[in-house]
Design a protein around this ligand. Structure first.
Ligand code: G
Ligand code: G
Ligand code: MN
Ligand code: NA
Length: 253
């Protein structure tokens, strides 16, 4: 796998594509954003999960080539859009904390942002809570600088990393994505206390909240009822290749 990843990265990102999973306004069902998810399909090995090739790329020092390929692919996908996409859509990319010292990444993100600006779209980067908690001052500064340039920052998989309130408050963050493990049993008749607490805290800090991993309509209904801003999950839409279909609204709650 090491050699095949290296070859794929050296030969124009062969076998990679990006899928996009929409995020919806929970009340109206309108598309609020798209999360870009990298996929690698090897001719013999089949689909290799991103967790696997990302950690491989990280350990080999190839993560820069991965984000270069990711951003180039997104730019290429954007150029095939035939409908006039709605304004205000947020395009989110997942990045690894290892990259947040790299000037090349910074300029690529700015290039993507410049492409999105005239469309009225926003760029957001997602970082997992566990990575955010261990950031060095240099990396925090890097993120703050991106944010000062108009790039939004989201904490991904929130609730799994035990960050303290005091710490959250100091982070350069705009959006909080509630990890799907907390959304999971909201369709059962449990009270969802943790979700209630996360929502209250996030809104008090001025953050927008996304509920992840919605698979059942009951989970969506409860999140909406509790005032969660956005929702994402297989029950709303699965990640899919770029096409105009991605912009279709779902039913209102
Ligand atoms: O899409 P899927 O469930 O297979 O993703 C598994 C994990 O891989 C998720 O945590 C997701 O954030 C991460 N991931 C997907 N695409 C990328 C990417 O382009 N870069 C990084 N760093 N992580 C990604
Ligand atoms: O860690 P992160 O949130 O970036 O992970 C994104 C991954 O979560 C994507 O690979 C996507 O396929 C997966 N995902 C999205 N919605 C759901 C869902 O409703 N259920 C499950 N089990 N996984 C989901
Ligand atoms: Mn994510
Ligand atoms: Na997540």
């Amino acid at each position: 796998r090491v050699e095949t990843l290296q070859q794929a990265l050296q030969h124009g990102f062969v076998g990679f594509h990006v899928e996009y999973q929409p995020l919806y306004m929970l009340g109206t069902g309108e598309v609020a954003g798209l999360e870009a998810l990298l996929r690698w399909h090897h001719p013999e090995l089949g689909a290799i999960p991103p967790t696997e090739f990302i950690s491989l790329a990280e350990s080999r020092g190839w993560i820069d080539q991965v984000s270069e390929g990711l951003i180039d692919t997104i730019l290429a996908d954007l150029s095939t859009t035939t409908v006039a996409p709605a304004m205000g859509i947020r395009l989110a990319v997942n990045l690894s904390a290892l990259e947040f010292t790299d000037d090349r990444l910074r300029s690529r993100l700015m290039r993507l942002k410049e492409r999105l600006d005239p469309m009225g779209w926003e760029l957001e980067i997602e970082i997992t809570e566990s990575q955010l908690m261990n950031l060095s001052p240099i990396v925090l500064e890097y993120l703050s600088a991106l944010r000062a340039q108009g790039i939004r920052i989201a904490i991904d998989d929130f609730g799994t990393g035990y960050s303290s309130l005091a710490y959250l408050h100091r982070l350069p963050v705009d959006t909080l994505k509630i990890d799907r493990s907390f959304v999971f049993d909201m369709h059962e008749d449990r009270n969802g206390t943790i979700v209630t607490a996360i929502l209250a805290m996030a809104h008090a800090l001025g953050l927008e909240v996304v509920g992840e991993g919605i698979e059942h309509s009951e989970q969506r209904r409860r999140l909406a009822e509790q005032g969660c801003d956005y929702g994402q999950g297989f029950g709303l839409a699965r990640p899919d290749r770029w096409s105009d279909r991605l912009f279709r609204p779902i039913d209102a709650t």
